[in-house]
Ligand binder design. Sequence first.
Ligand code: NAP
Length: 338
Amino acid sequence: MGFRATDGPHVRMFKKRVTLSLPPMVYDLIIIGGGPAGLTAGVYARTRKLSTLILEAQAIGGQLEWLYPTKSVYDYPSYIAIEGGELAQLFVLHSRESGAELRSEEVVDIERQPSGFRVRTREGNAFETRTILLAMGMGLFEPKRLDVPGETELEGRGVEYRVRDRHEFKDKRVIVVGGGDSALEIALEIFAAAKKVILVHRRGEFRAMEKNVEAVLKSPIEVRFDAEVTSIEGDGHVERAVVYDNRTLKKQVFDVDAVIVNIGFQPKITPLPKWGIELEGERLIKVKADMSTSVRGIYACGDIVSYPGKDKRIVTGCGEAVTAIMSVYKYLKQPYWA
Ligand code: NAP
């Protein structure tokens, strides 16, 4: 939409506004994944004025929003404690305010184009971009199941795999299964309001961070090591769980209102292999120190990447995002930055 000499100032301003609000034909950057790493990348990309689109398939805000919105996060610097959902919203707000465009769409394909890449979504859209940053976290995932009698029948009726709202467990007797950070943090999240929380772990020691282990051991949470839930029972809702000590084979039946299973997550089928990027195993992307992948123009950061010493934390994912954006910027500015 060009200006004509006869256009008055308002027409010019209108035309300018219309022009500015149109999406670019080819984005500088498409970020796939709208969790902390992807949203941080959005903020930093905008400091370099890169036209940036963020596509998120599950929940904008990522795991913080989808998995544990009412769980407190204690290891995000500058917040002594902040609920997952609130932190997620701050990430989203920051990214949006920076000028990144956010869309709830699931990427199903990436194709090479002369100008870079075409990204197709399940919603039927296609977006063109010069570079891509993969920040899909664990990808689309589902909780691992115990596969014990009663689990499937009582799912959603006392058998849970995530805590959407900790207040749901007020005055309830709850078994939490697992020995990783997720299980311990859930137990810590709900014990104050719950009537009783029993943490059942299959081994004699936890896998979780010492900080969480110490907090659990100091709390009124009852810990059952070397123990396994072998069946969950109830008439239309959880009423009991059978727990075996796997050393003595002693059986105990606990009257409970809920069993929260938190024994890790398994990713759903990933489209990564067909995009031709070098992987570590089936689901992690190999990156160099600058967060570049084996495909020129495609970068990655956050929980989906693999490199020696990689640790899955919100803060490290955000740090990797900054490195990735600097690399994207240099790539786009070649040969000046080469
Ligand atoms: P995880 O670390 O893989 O722990 C899964 C736990 O479930 C383990 O203790 C495992 O037992 C147990 N388990 C697995 N299969 C089981 C089965 N069939 N029956 C009974 N128990 C079973 O998973 P996560 O806790 O979800 O954590 C995933 C990653 O995210 C970790 O790297 C974790 O540190 C990280 N994370 C970080 C934070 C944070 O930074 N604040 C919070 C949450 C998670 P074994 O120990 O015997 O294998």
